[in-house]
Design a protein around this ligand. Structure first.
Ligand SMILES: N[C@@H](CCC(=O)N[C@@H](CS)C(=O)NCC(=O)O)C(=O)O
Length: 206
């Protein structure tokens, strides 16, 4: 049994390929080229109604029945619960993990996405927007750095899905106007995660 991963080479897609590499579940990758609008294909919309990659289909879902999952936060929780890996068991640590996962989903990802857009891709340079999202990126890296000065990983003592969700966005630091020397705790974490075999394999998918 293998999991089908529908993805593209972006930070959100890579969260899931890193997770699949970490837990060692067999998976097949199907490219959904968002530069060619393949995310709007009706067959893809059936599993990802918000027309965004990534999504997974697990033929061996709950009760042995197939399940499809979209939204990376939900996919990471699904895979963590399926395997019993990379999410703390103890309730207090579990909620710490979920808080930092939601911080990534609601802030670190979307705001850095806006920074990428206005700093690199917008057809005209709008200083107000560039400054707004560059400043927000710096604020978020400050939050990350403070947390990683208190604990080795976002959820505390153990590497978890919160780190996996955050890493691929930090890997685009050059697009965000980030200077790592301002964030030494985050840099220590970034280098450690980057040295993990599963992370480098997952970052190369698709
Ligand atoms: N909140 C979503 C965000 C996914 C997302 O933004 N995917 C982008 C690529 S990184 C996408 O598919 N964009 C295509 C589109 O918006 O049409 C998640 O975490 O899964």
């Amino acid at each position: 049994m293998s999991i089908d991963l529908y993805s593209w080479g972006t930070p959100n897609g890579r969260k899931v390929s890193i997770m699949l590499e970490e837990v060692g579940l067999p998976y097949s990758v199907h490219s959904v080229d968002i530069t060619k609008d393949e995310q709007f294909e009706p067959s893809f919309l059936k599993i990802s109604p918000n027309n965004k990659i990534p999504a997974i289909v697990d033929s061996d879902g709950p009760g042995g029945k197939p399940i499809s999952v979209f939204e990376t936060g939900a996919i990471l929780i699904y895979l963590a619960e399926k395997t019993g890996r990379l999410i703390p068991e103890d309730a207090a640590s579990r909620y710490l993990c979920l808080q930092w996962l939601m911080w990534q989903m609601g802030g670190f990802g979307p705001m850095l996405g806006q920074a990428h857009h206005f700093r690199r891709f917008a057809p005209e340079k709008i200083d107000y927007a560039v400054n707004r999202y560059t400043n927000e990126a710096k604020r978020l890296y400050g939050v990350l750095d403070k947390r990683l000065g208190e604990a080795p990983y976002l959820a505390g003592e153990a590497y978890s899905i919160a780190d996996i969700a955050t890493y691929p966005w930090a890997a685009r630091w050059e697009w965000q106007g980030i200077d790592w020397s301002d964030y030494p705790n985050a840099k220590r974490w970034y280098d450690e995660l980057g040295a993990r075999e599963a992370v480098s394999k997952g970052m190369a998918v698709p």
